[in-house]
Design a protein around this ligand. Structure first.
Ligand code: UDP
Length: 445
């Protein structure tokens, strides 16, 4: 790599702050992905700056994670939590602050990896403004998501158009599973380049605790049959399915059955609506004595929960990848998951767990019971699960694939058509300084 192609990258994740606590409202897999990819790339010698939006005055502007990797929080709209569907109008300001940061620090990011459609729009504008090369990961596809929810938000048309444009214009799209790639091709566009590089997990952290020790630490009976859910309280996550499945389990009366639902923020926050609804179902089914809701689980205690469980259930209605599945698998715990999206890629039925149609309570009940009834098979599945993760889904492996991709892109010359566009942009008269968000606002119109 020559001097002009130094190993520097901006990861942009407007709404998914890589430096915050995971598991609360709207903070989940994307935050983990960006943080882990950033840190792993840093270990490979990349200078990694992860840009996100500041949501509270108490937050530090810059968080240094390691020598080469930091989170940089930019102002875009009010300095408070704004749901992602309401963020689009603040993106020009995000771009202005990004450009100001570059100027102040004497940096021009030649390579940008954007995350989720909002950031993809930011990346596309930076491509037009300064010729940055763009890699994009969707994390969720509007075209798929809108099929699984009843109330379509007002921003949907915009999102679908942006998702199509980025697929057709980015240097490459990183799909995290073959299923996601197929959705892009069939539902978004047949044009554009797609590489498949999965999400990863920390195979040292997950898998570091044995079951007996984990149960002792959490005060769980060694003889209990433990079913675990981990994730956000969001109706799309299908928590109702696992509650009803465990409620109807054949083992419910004869065995010490236990359901743990980990995740969510403290009562009073926006995900509390789904939490209240789920608690209502637990009450209705008389499951209070066998269910615990420990709230958000931090990354240091999570390996203990996964290790303590007999089976981890991922009942999502749709899941582009699903980090929880590979975290459980890395911990030697088989997974019963919905037969959708990335879960079809990570979970191999009868080898690392079982798949069931989403929202099919009876199929989930049967799959969970099959595993719980046969401890020896459960252990075999758990072993197969960990082996699969080690083989395919370690963060260091993922980061090294990404590093190779980035290096190739940086070495490619800028496309001729883009050089012409940039020259034309530079020839245009400058926008008077009094106009707020000059370059970026013009792009919005
Ligand atoms: N998570 C966590 N604590 C919790 C709940 C979730 O740390 O209490 C983490 C979980 O370990 C995983 C991520 O949040 O790394 C969720 O990612 P996933 O892809 O499964 O779902 P998403 O939230 O992106 O829909």
């Amino acid at each position: 790599m020559n001097a002009t192609t130094e190993k520097r990258i901006a990861l942009i994740s407007v709404h998914g702050d890589p430096a915050i606590e995971i598991g609360k409202e709207e903070a989940g897999g994307q935050n983990v992905y960006v943080r882990q990819v950033g840190e792993a790339l840093g270990r490979l010698g990349w200078k990694v700056d992860m840009f996100t939006r500041q949501v509270s005055a108490a937050q530090e502007k810059i968080v240094q994670h390691s020598e080469n990797c930091r989170t940089i929080r930019l102002t875009a709209g009010p300095v408070e939590f704004v749901p992602r569907d309401d963020l689009f109008g603040y993106l020009p300001e995000f771009i202005d602050h990004f450009l100001a940061f570059q100027r102040e620090n004497g940096i021009t990011y030649q390579l940008i990896h954007t995350n989720y459609w909002l950031s993809s729009w930011v990346g596309m504008q930076l491509k037009k403004i300064q010729g940055s090369k763009q890699v994009h990961t969707y994390h969720s596809l509007g075209a798929v998501k809108y099929n699984t929810i009843e109330v379509i938000p007002a921003i949907a048309t915009k999102r679908l158009a942006v998702e199509k444009e980025v697929l057709e214009t980015a240097e490459t799209i990183v799909a995290t599973s073959p299923q996601e790639k197929q959705h892009m091709r069939s539902l978004v566009s047949t044009k554009g380049k797609i590489d498949i590089i999965p999400c990863g997990t920390d195979i040292q952290q997950f898998g570091s605790v044995d079951r007996q020790a984990a149960r002792a630490k959490l005060g769980i009976d060694p003889e209990a049959k433990v079913v675990l859910y981990v994730g956000r309280f969001d109706p799309r996550k299908g928590i109702e399915t696992v509650v009803r499945a465990v409620g109807g389990s054949k083992l419910r009366d004869s065995q010490k059955l236990q359901l743990i639902i980990g995740g969510g923020s403290t009562p009073g926050n926006s995900d509390g609506i789904e939490r209240d609804r789920i608690e209502g179902i637990i009450n209705e089914l008389g499951m209070n004595d066998i269910t615990t809701l420990p709230g958000r689980l931090c990354q240091t205690i999570l390996p203990t929960y996964y290790a303590a469980a007999d089976v981890c259930v991922v009942p999502s209605h749709y899941e582009p990848f699903g980090l929880v599945a590979i975290e459980a698998m890395a911990s030697g715990t088989p997974v019963v998951a919905s037969d959708v999206g990335g879960l079809q890629f990570t979970v191999v039925p009868e080898e690392t767990g079982l798949l069931a149609p989403p929202q099919d309570v009876e199929a989930f009940r049967e799959a969970i019971d099959r595993i719980l009834i046969n401890p020896q098979w459960r252990d075999e599945l758990g072993k197969g699960a960990r082996e699969r993760v080690i083989r395919k889904f370690s963060w260091d492996g993922v980061a090294s694939d990404l590093s190779e991709l980035y290096t190739q892109l940086l070495e490619q010359p800028v496309a001729k058509s883009l050089v012409e566009t940039l020259e034309q942009t530079l020839e245009k008269p400058a926008v008077p300084p009094a106009v707020e968000s000059p370059k970026a606002a013009a792009l919005l119109s």
